[in-house]
Design a protein around this ligand. Structure first.
Ligand SMILES: Cc1cc2nc3c(=O)[nH]c(=O)nc-3n(C[C@H](O)[C@H](O)[C@H](O)COP(=O)(O)O)c2cc1C
Length: 134
């Protein structure tokens, strides 16, 4: 696992929507917008499953996932890759449910996708394009 820098954590807090990429067991890719995305710890991102469909199916059969962080008010662009686990009970799930409820009440909060970060790459154009940062 790798730990995001303070600057990266700040960027994630600024961005409202993240494209979350997953793939099925046979490698069919899928990307979906996710807003309930939180830095739980420098090496861990939480994503609340409110309305996931193919995404949830994919992470159940293939634990690899990726998202990118880019948008207004954020310096740079970076891709986060990691291994996913899914929980629908326990301390992390309850904490995430409270967090989501406090921001946007009434969402289903069916389960929590926990992304354990393994690698981070730059996605800024230029000489460092695609290079591994962490
Ligand atoms: C701006 C935006 C933010 C969203 N945030 C979330 C989210 O945090 N969690 C979630 O489960 N669905 C979220 N959704 C809904 C899913 O993206 C949507 O249900 C999508 O169809 C799921 O696709 P899938 O079949 O690829 O999983 C969001 C949708 C939009 C447009």
């Amino acid at each position: 696992m790798v730990s995001l820098t303070d600057e990266m954590i700040h960027a994630i807090r600024e961005i409202k929507v993240f494209p979350l990429a997953t793939a099925s067991a046979d490698g069919t890719p899928n990307v979906a917008p996710m807003g309930a995305v939180f830095v739980a710890a420098p090496d861990t991102i939480w994503i609340m499953d409110n309305y996931m469909n193919k995404t949830m199916q994919n992470v159940k059969e293939n634990k690899k996932a990726a998202l990118y962080v880019y948008g207004a008010g954020v310096k740079g662009c970076f891709q986060i890759k990691g291994d996913v686990s899914v929980v629908s009970s326990g301390e992390q799930y309850e904490k995430a449910k409270e967090l989501v409820e406090s921001i946007k009440p009434g969402l289903p909060k069916r389960s929590l996708v926990i992304l354990s970060i393994t690698e981070v790459f730059s996605c800024m154009p230029g000489s460092d394009a695609g290079k591994k940062i962490l």
